[in-house]
Ligand binder design. Structure first.
Ligand code: FAD
Length: 397
């Protein structure tokens, strides 16, 4: 069976691996000219570790992990107010592992040497027939497939073509994220430094094997004021938002316009009633993005890919509709539970400026004992993430 996968991210590459393993013929179309490597660090936790084990890549992922040794939390002036281990700061317990997104994608790609890739292209039109799907590409010639999987991220092209406008499904969380590379001028060795307050977080980190450091800003702002296509305006918003914070923030902001990469997006979740229509199905952030605030996007992508491919194999591909239904049925409760994590984290960030008693108390504690309060919140969310990350039992296919 010929399956076209749109997107060579964690979800797309993992599905290609499993489909190939079960005897399907997957093809991946990726908009970027090559596999997107580098980027931010992501976590694989709980049941998703099982997927790595079943693919035989768990040890490779551990060897390539960020190996973060610790985190230093600082105040506005840069004074260290709290030290934490890398795992505690990243909400990791047990075997949970952190890796740079691009490194994980490279490991996944290395597992599928015989899969066809079409880089530097994108689907332009999808026409469904009873026996096949006809796909018109932007650059390559039109081809036919049996199924199409949309694993092309939060702003999915396949979702737009088959299900309609993104606005119907995207729930913005009122937060924005901005990440860019800077020289590792602080000589951070597998260390992270972070300034945080309700509504504004700024951090800089460097992971194993990275000659650069990454600057990361997460802040609350209403989306209607930010044009997601206008880089200059986005940088202006970041500069304005971080006025008044000393530490390394002015220097990082000064380096922002000259950075070799610049990621900026609104944190959002995708909520849909159905993930499939006819011969087309969505997966990963395209179907059920939980937002970076959940810390679970990659694990959801790995698990979704494993379940979708497994169900297609169990239904011998032909009964694809039954497979899509089984995939949704198994995954939906797990996804919803993990999406709650993203919503709660965003709510806390957005509580800044609210005038209720609890928030006033939080602000007071933040002034008196900021390190302890941050540690308390990190430990609390670690417990919740751990429970949500393990809230699915994977079938053997
Ligand atoms: C700043 C940040 C921090 C994060 N931190 C964490 C974390 O700590 N833990 C965690 O688990 N998750 C984290 N995430 C989320 C995580 O990266 C994603 O949830 C996860 O990678 C989902 O994978 P995906 O394959 O569904 O989508 P993506 O990783 O977005 O991959 C989609 C792929 O599709 C491609 N594509 C897009 N459009 C098209 C098109 N038209 N045609 C063809 N290809 C296309 C893209 O180039 C990309 O390769 C973070 C995300 C961000 C932005």
């Amino acid at each position: 069976m010929r399956v076209l996968i749109s997107g060579a991210g964690v979800a797309g590459l993992t599905t290609a691996y499993w489909l190939k393993h079960y005897g399907f013929t997957p093809t991946i179309v990726e908009r970027a000219p090559t596999l997107l490597t580098g980027g931010y660090k992501i976590d694989v936790r709980g049941s998703a570790l099982q997927v790595l084990h079943r693919m035989g890549i768990h040890d490779t992922v551990v060897t390539a992990s960020t190996d973060m040794q610790g985190a230093l939390l600082v105040d506005k002036k840069g004074k260290i107010i709290c030290k934490m281990s890398g795992d505690a700061f990243g909400h990791r317990v047990g075997d949970d592992v952190e890796i740079v997104r691009g490194n994980l994608c490279q490991i996944l790609k290395d597992q599928i040497p015989n899969v066809e890739f079409i880089f530097n292209d994108s689907i332009q039109e999808i026409s469904q027939f009873s026996e096949k799907v006809q796909v018109k590409f932007q650059k390559h010639h039109t081809r036919e497939f049996d199924l199409v999987i949309g694993a092309d991220g939060l702003h999915s092209n396949v979702r737009r073509l088959v299900f309609g406008d993104e606005a119907q499904f995207a729930h913005e969380l009122g937060l924005h994220l901005c990440v860019f590379s800077v020289p590792n001028y602080l000589k951070l060795d597998r260390m992270e430094m972070q300034y945080s307050e309700l509504g504004r977080v700024a951090s800089i980190w460097s992971s194993r094997g990275d000659s650069t450091a990454k600057a990361c800003f997460g802040f609350t702002a209403s989306s209607d004021k930010i044009n997601l296509r206008d880089k200059d305006q986005q940088q202006q918003v970041v500069r304005k938002t971080y006025e008044g914070i000393d530490w390394e923030v002015p220097r990082l902001l000064q380096m922002m316009p000259g950075a070799s990469d610049f990621y900026f997006d609104a944190a959002a979740q995708i909520h849909m009633d159905r993930w499939s229509r006819g011969r087309v199905v969505l997966l990963g952030d395209a179907a059920y993005c939980a937002s970076p605030m959940s810390g679970q996007g990659t694990s959801l992508a790995l698990i979704g890919a494993y379940v979708l491919a497994g169900e297609l194999a169990a239904a011998s591909g032909e009964k694809y509709q039954a497979a899509f239904n089984a995939y949704e049925e198994q995954l939906l409760p797990f996804v919803r539970r993990n999406q709650v994590l993203g919503v709660s984290a965003a709510k806390l960030m957005k509580s800044q400026g609210k005038n209720n008693l609890l928030i006033r108390l939080l602000m007071l504690l933040m002034r008196i004992t900021p390190g302890r309060l941050i540690k308390f919140f990190i430990n609390l969310s670690t417990r919740r993430i751990h429970q949500a990350a393990n809230a699915i039992t994977l079938k053997e296919y």
